[in-house]
Write a protein of this length. Structure first.
Length: 132
């Protein structure tokens, strides 16, 4: 079994370097879009300039939404949805499989690998239902 490495044991210089690269790429992208906007204005391509402004607004909004999801993921992770509602939320009915898993395994769980914070087990809702 592969050992999962924690950010806690990652050298500080590695984290700082990765953050530096992300900030540098963001600044380069912002400067590039700014220069493109100036070029479009100089050439009097107002429609393209307005489209570029809308694109920049959407990128800002996407970044803000991403930040809010990252900050609030611990709270979102603990939201439990009733099992009956989860089975009705799919756009299409799932085909019946030959080997059914036990009913207790049909809980809505989030892969811990995709979450930054750890703490609650993926079967938090199943445990909550048993002890509530």
């Amino acid at each position: 079994m592969a050992e999962e490495r924690s950010l806690e044991y990652t050298p500080t210089w590695v984290v700082a370097f990765i953050c530096f690269i992300i900030v540098l790429l963001s600044l380069l992208a912002e400067r590039g879009l700014h220069h493109l906007g100036k070029c479009l204005k100089r050439r009097r391509q107002d429609a393209l300039f307005e489209a570029l402004q809308k694109l920049k607004e959407e990128l800002m909004l996407l970044g803000f939404i991403s930040l809010m999801l990252t900050v609030s993921q611990a709270a979102i992770r603990h939201i439990c949805v009733p099992r009956a509602l989860v089975s009705n939320m799919f756009p299409c009915k799932k085909p019946l499989e030959k080997h059914h898993a036990p009913e207790s395994s049909h809980t809505l769980s989030i892969s811990a690998r995709h979450l930054l914070s750890t703490g609650a087990s993926p079967d938090h809702c199943a445990a909550k239902a048993r002890f509530s």
